[in-house]
Design a protein around this ligand. Sequence first.
Ligand code: SF4
Length: 88
Amino acid sequence: MSAERAIPGLVWVPDAPCRDDPDLFTSRGSASRAKAKAVCRTCPYQQLCLRAALAMGDQHAVMGGTDPDDRRRMRAAAVSRRQDRRTA
Ligand code: SF4
């Protein structure tokens, strides 16, 4: 991964805190993911990055303070809420 962090489809973010250790954000271990999420919590782009990760369906990296499993749960919850509204 590049030494700079891209938010794909949106903006290039050369000052994002993840640039200091980009490999951490694609690590699969739970301890590494927790560390990456902690870095995201300090990032001014967190909400933008989360929206980008959800929009592009990223399945590999911690982005916007979430890992791919978190985002799968978020998408499933959103689908469930939409279905509930349709049947209400
Ligand atoms: S929210 Fe996390 S992954 Fe996204 S730009 Fe910021 S530090 Fe990087």
